[in-house]
Design a protein around this ligand. Structure first.
Ligand SMILES: [Zn+2]
Length: 88
């Protein structure tokens, strides 16, 4: 458990998925061990979306069957195996 505590008495558990929280001095994105100050919810949502995209990239970067670079396709260009997403 990783918790960040502030002088004003607020504390955030920085474990778990990214989410937007409001503190007395503004908005923050909290999660994944990070605490990021943001100007507005849109900025926070953008950070969360970006993090989701990064995760998807890491998970889907190589074919599990042959190790070929998938180049973000749902069917492996190397061996033709279906690797995720929605068929068709
Ligand atoms: Zn393959």
């Amino acid at each position: 458990m990783s918790t960040i505590r502030f002088n004003d008495g607020m504390s955030f558990d920085t474990s778990g998925p990214l989410r937007i929280v409001r503190k007395s001095d503004g908005l923050y994105v909290v999660g994944k061990g990070m605490l990021i100050p943001i100007d507005n919810r849109e900025e926070g949502q953008e950070i969360i979306n970006q993090e989701k995209r990064e995760n998807a990239k890491v998970e889907g970067i190589l074919c599990v069957a042959c190790g070929h670079d998938l180049a973000h396709q749902t069917r492996c260009p190397g061996c033709g195996v279906f690797v995720g997403g929605h068929e068709g």
